[in-house]
Every structure is written in C-alpha cells, then in structure tokens.
Design a binder for this molecule. Structure first.
Ligand code: IVH
Length: 695
C-alpha cells in the first residue's frame, strides 16, 4: 500500500473511531475512553487532514464547525409540511380520540406509542445517500431557516447514517439541557443581562446565531422522533422507525408500546412521574398510532395529523414561606432582591431561594417578608414566586424596600430614568469587582476554570485583582499561596502549584481567544454572547470598535444627524450605542491600552484588515486566477467594497475561484479537488451588481 492509500485508510479508521466515541459519549452516556485518549485520536485526524486536505470529507468529525459566519439564513421549503399536534388535557379527551379513530378506521383496538413531549425547537434533517446535507427550523411549518452549519455542531446528531436510501428526512427537537440552561441564566443575571426566559428560548436563540463557532459553545442537544420525506425506505410502524433512528446513532425519546388506550393512560402517568429525570424540559406526552399504514386513512386536521395527540401536564406548584429578603450585587452594580424561602420540594429539586427581580416586581405582587406564597418553576427550571396567598396572612408580615445604599460597599444606590433596576453607583464596589471577575472568567467568556466563586472573592479581598486584567500580573507565588476554604470539608487549604498552574495556563490560552469571547468578557451592559458574536462577525479587532462606522450606522440617531448610512452590523441600536459609549469612555480606552500593553489582540471574523462593509459578498472569500478584462486591482477593490475577502490560494475557506484568461494550473486544479465553485468574470459581475428587484 502506498502512503497516500495508507493515510486514507488511517483517516477513515480514525473518523469511524471518533464517530463511535462521540456516539458513546453524547448519546449513550457511557464513554469507553478518557478525554486525553479522545483528544489524541482527534489531533491525529486533524494532522492527517492538514497534510492531505482531500481527506477532510464533509462528514469528518473535525468538520463540525467548518463554516464561516453567515449574513442571513437561507429559506428551506418543507415537503411534506412540518405539522403541529392537537392537544388534549384529560383522559376523557384521549378516550374520545381513541373512539373516533377506531370508528373511522373500523378497528376494535389500536396500538399506540407513548413518548415524552419535548419542549424544544422543532427542526428537520435531510440526509442524501446517508450524508447530512441540510438542517432547517420548522418556521411556519411550510418554510423554515437553513441552520445546517449550526446543527452540524450538535455532537449527538450523526453527520452520516448507514443507509442506501436516496433521501431520509428526520424530524425532532433541539434543546438546551436544563442544567446548562441554569448556568447560562445565572451568568446572565450576574452580568445584569436579561436572562433567557426558558430553555426553549435559549435553544431557539442559540440556533439563530449566525456564527457556528458561537453555537458550538452552547452545548445543544437533539432528540429525533419522526420522519418527513423518504425515498428508498419505508417503516411499517412508529416503533420500527424509532428503533432504526437509534441504530443510526440518533438520540431518540424513551417510548412505551401500548396495546390500547388503558395502557396509554398508564404510560402517560408513569411518564409524568419521571418528567424531572429527563435532561430536557418536558411539558407533556405524545401519543402516536403505531401502525404507519393507518396514517393515510386517519387523515389530518387543520392543526396536525389525526393519528397523534399531545397530552399536556399541569405545571407543578408548591406552597412555602418567605423567611427573609436579601440583596445581591451584580457585575454592573444592579441590586437584585432574593427571597430566602422555607426549603420546599418542587419539580424534582429542593428550592430555598427565588429571585424577585426588582422593586417593581415586589410591588406588583405585593410580596412581604413572612408571606405564604405559591412557588412555580418558570419553564420547569427557574424557581419563581407566582403569587402570595393573602388568606394566610397573620398581619405580622413586613413590607420590603430596596436599601438606598449598597449592602456590599455602603455606596449610594439609585434608580435612574426609566430603568427598573436599582444600582450601586460605586464602580469600585468590591461586590461588583468580584461579579465582573466571575463573568470575565466564565465559560462563555474567557473560560478560566477555577476563578469562580470563592477564588474570585479572595483575589479581590486580598487586593490582588481590582480589574480582571490584573490577573495577568498576579505572580504564580501569590496565587499558589492563597488560602481557600474547601466547600466539602470546610478545611482551609493552600491553592497549591497544580491549581495555580492550571489557572495560569488558561490565562495564556485566553490571549488567543477570538474577539467575540473578549467582547463578551468585558461585560458591557446589553452585550450578551449573541450580540458579541454578531459584532465580532463584522469587525476585525477590538480597536476597530472605538469608532466603528458599522456600529455608528445602527446607533440611534440624534436630531440633525444623517440617517443614510446603509452598511451596518446586525445588532440592535442600544447594543451599538453601548459598545460605542464604552470604548469612548475613559474606562474603555484604558482597557484598550492595557490589552495593547499585554499584547492581547483578539481577532474578529472580518479579518485584521479594515472593517469589511456588508454587501452581496459578505462572509465570502474569493481567489482570482488568470487575466481579467478589468484591471486586477480594480476588481479586487470592487470585491472588498461588496464585503468580500480575497485569498492568495484556494483552500477549504475559499467560496469561489474567479477564472480569467490563461488561468494558472495549480489554483484551478486545487479548486477542482476541493469542489470549490468556479466563477467567470461575467458571473462575478452578476454577483457584484445583482439585477434590480421587481418587488
Ligand atoms: S410528533 C406530525 N413527537 O410538539 C407530528 N412532536 O405541540 C409531528 N414535539 O410541533 C410531531 N415532542 O415540535 C412529536 N415526541 C414528539 C414531540 C413533538 C415535542 C413538538 C413538535 C410539535 C409540537 C406540537
């Protein structure tokens, strides 16, 4: 076997192995190897693919995050449409459903499958000849958004399935695991950002990020439970379909096969008892006829198929007492009132605290210390006080007002303008410093594991860190000798060289993290993960943000200012203003100076050159070969003005190769090897000046 052949065979073997371990880890939760061994396999494959780019096939596990950020999502038509489900709320309604079907189909008994109803974001996956080629959101059921690049980052979704069928369309639900959602909202609250309402909003928001790298950091997951278009394949029963999906390595719902309605009702009750054990939010059960031959005769209603029903569960509530109301200080100085509760069991966990959000919320619900209250879980996850129970009042309850001074530093706290939040106005407040440091070191920011909670407090308390960048000046000796109280044992121990070393290593790694991570880490109000990614997708460097024409174009206009500045960045005006104001402030310019001095220059996706304007070629990289009719420099300038980038050689990152007269052989050959689309000069012209729209 020659070397090319053996590399190919080795790459194929590594791809198979890594895919198998992904499946074991992400779907079956029973890994066979540790992280280090997995990383070794992954790095070997990456190296092979670097040396032999032709081996980097689209179904390679290294290609899950391959694409450049998008400017917009393309539309995808669903055929057949993605329908919804009619809902039932009582066993009687389900009996009616069963009676109606038996009547219509003239059957004495119908077998059903009962599954959990996942409260996520419905989506579809299209496999052609076994390869994942497209993923789309449900949208309005007829047309959705093309989210292929983002869905490829979800490790539990196979990039390839073992089938010879020409077309297999799978349908299911993308979700953000509950435990991960809680962490995300805690970070958002601490940062003074508006947290996602529930895991479904968080999943939907994550799927609509334009930069797949940002999506890859949100550990989304997916369950598949249905099929759409099928060519060259059929399933006799729903059970056979679910079993085949599982055999292809997809995550499928736990299901119960029921011989009739009584067993269906029992299965629904069992599922309700298990509802908190699932990693996703579950808001009911779905009942489906098992025999797929009955689907067509059963027919459909305006809502959805007559062969399936959703059964919605009641949300759970618990009664408890507010023992006290405490006040937390966030990164931006926001004072958040928190109810300290008589611990109570609700929706699978013991709850002892619930945020009361702000003074308006307390007034609106007339919440007092000592009140009996109904506790619910917003979106099954975040404990919230639904209402007080006035009949239980003894008269001894005390009303609560937010303090006029910060409980952490004694500085003045106030409410400004239309804001609902009360803030500590002392920027030097130690509680704010700790919260800023925690945010900066958080997983979605610079991911300095270890610098959370206790350690962040210690670093600020000892005066080692006032501003997060001070971490770069803390000596290894100072870090090593910090005394930390172990939460498990309550014992005081030294942080030690090993832990200090890990933190220093993470700090070094953070230097090379991209612009969106740094921008988010800075913690400018209104700049969450999504907005940071959007801003980074159209800027080259942090210093470009100071007087970015793209942000100025979306900033809300003052009176008399021009309003005609078309190219802009896809963010809301408040976000653009917050960024511009921050970098124009003394604090902002100091930050830029310090980062420059520390030699930290995070790069955005617009490349390090001047800010790329948005246009028909935004996010695309073109390479030119041969002689064009227009002078080369003129054509290059037009491509840049249209938002495009120019490359010197053809690689996987190249969107088009533009071919003029007498083209060079190597670029052309390489484009053919990689399947890069080729454009003539005339075709390029057409892209640069699209025909007028007749709308
Ligand atoms: S089957 C044509 N199964 O619930 C029937 N849907 O409220 C296709 N959903 O639009 C849907 N879990 O997004 C099905 N196990 C499950 C489901 C499920 C959640 C969603 C789905 C649907 C919505 C209807």
């Amino acid at each position: 076997m020659n070397t090319a052949n053996s590399s190919e065979a080795r790459a194929a073997c590594l791809r198979r192995e890594i895919t198998r371990h992904d499946q074991l880890y992400y779907v079956e939760a029973r890994p066979e190897i540790g992280d280090a061994d997995y990383d070794r396999l992954y790095r070997e494959l990456e190296k092979l693919e670097r040396e032999h780019p032709e081996l980097a096939t689209s179904d390679s596990p290294t290609q899950r995050v391959g694409g450049a950020p998008l400017a917009v999502f393309a539309s995808v038509a669903h055929n057949p449409p993605m329908m919804s489900l009619d809902k039932t709320h009582s066993p009687e309604e389900l009996r009616d459903f069963d009676r109606f079907l038996k009547n219509k189909l003239t059957l004495a008994q119908i077998a059903y499958v009962v599954e959990p109803k996942i409260d996520g974001v419905a989506f579809s996956l299209r496999y052609e000849n076994g390869r994942l080629v497209r993923a789309a959101t449900r949208g309005n059921g007829d047309v959705g958004d093309d989210i292929t690049q983002n869905v490829r980052t979800i490790r539990s979704i196979p990039l390839q399935i073992d089938t010879t069928a020409a077309v297999v369309e799978l349908r299911g639900e993308v979700f953000l695991p509950k435990e991960r959602f809680l962490r995300l909202t805690q970070q958002q609250e601490a940062a003074g950002d508006t947290p996602f309402m529930n895991p479904r909003n968080a999943a939907a928001g994550s799927l609509k990020l334009l930069d797949p790298r940002a999506v890859a950091r949100r550990p989304l997951d997916a369950v598949l439970y249905a099929v759409g278009a099928l060519e060259g394949l059929a399933f006799a029963t729903h059970q056979a379909l679910l079993d085949q999906l599982a055999a292809w390595g997809c995550r499928t719902p736990r299901y119960t096969l029921c011989d009739g309605l009584d067993t269906v009702l029992a299965a629904i009750r069992t599922l309700e008892q298990q509802r908190h054990d699932f990693p996703f939010e579950m808001d009911g059960a779905v009942i489906k006829v098992n025999d797929r031959a009955l689907y067509e005769p059963a027919g459909t209603t305006a809502h959805g198929p007559r062969w399936a029903r959703a059964f919605k569960y009641e949300p759970e509530r618990a009664e408890t007492v507010i023992r006290a109301i405490t006040v937390q200080v966030g990164r931006t100085g926001v004072l958040t009132p928190v109810a300290e509760l008589e611990p109570v069991r609700l929706a699978g966990s013991i709850i002892a605290r619930a945020t009361l959000h702000n003074a308006d919320e307390i007034a609106r619900k007339d919440i007092r210390i000592g009140d009996h209250v109904w506790l619910v879980k917003a979106g099954d996850v975040i404990p919230a006080i639904e209402s007080v129970i006035p009949e239980q009042r003894s008269g001894a309850e005390q009303s609560f007002t937010l303090p006029a001074t910060c409980p952490a530093c004694g500085g003045p706290a106030s409410r400004t303008g239309a804001e609902v939040a009360t803030r500590c106005t002392n920027f030097l407040c130690p509680a704010q410093r700790v919260a800023r440091l925690e945010h900066w070191a958080g997983r979605d920011a610079l991911d300095i594991a270890g610098v959370g909670g206790v350690l962040a407090e210690l670093l600020v308390e000892h005066g080692l860190v006032q501003d997060p960048l001070d971490l770069y000046s803390v000596t290894p000796a100072a870090l090593t000798s910090l005394v930390v109280r172990q939460s498990a044992t309550g014992k005081d121990v030294l942080l030690g060289a090993k832990n200090a070393g890990k933190i220093l290593q993470a700090l070094e790694r953070a230097r090379t993290l991209p612009l969106d991570r740094w921008l988010f880490a800075i913690g400018i109000p209104n700049i969450g993960v999504t907005v940071a990614a959007q801003i980074a997708s159209c800027h080259g460097a942090l210093t470009d943000l100071r007087d970015s024409p793209l942000l100025q174009a979306v900033r809300p206009k003052g009176r008399g200012e021009s309003t005609t500045t078309p190219p802009s960045c896809p963010v809301k005006p408040e976000a653009a203003r917050a960024v511009l104001e921050f970098f124009a402030s003394e604090q902002g310019s100091l930050l830029l100076q310090r980062m420059e001095a520390l030699n930290i220059r995070p790069a955005g996706n617009a490349g390090s050159a001047a800010v790329a304007p948005a246009g028909p070629l935004t996010g695309q990289t073109l390479v030119i070969t041969g002689t064009l009719q227009l002078p080369r420099s003129e054509m290059e300038a037009r491509i840049r003005t249209a938002g495009g980038k120019l490359g010197d050689s053809v690689s996987k990152a190249t969107t088009y190769l533009v071919v003029g007269a007498d083209p060079g052989g190597s670029k052309y050959r390489r484009a053919q090897e990689l399947g890069t689309p080729i454009l003539s000069e005339a075709a390029l012209e057409a892209l640069l000046s699209p025909p007028p729209s007749f709308l």
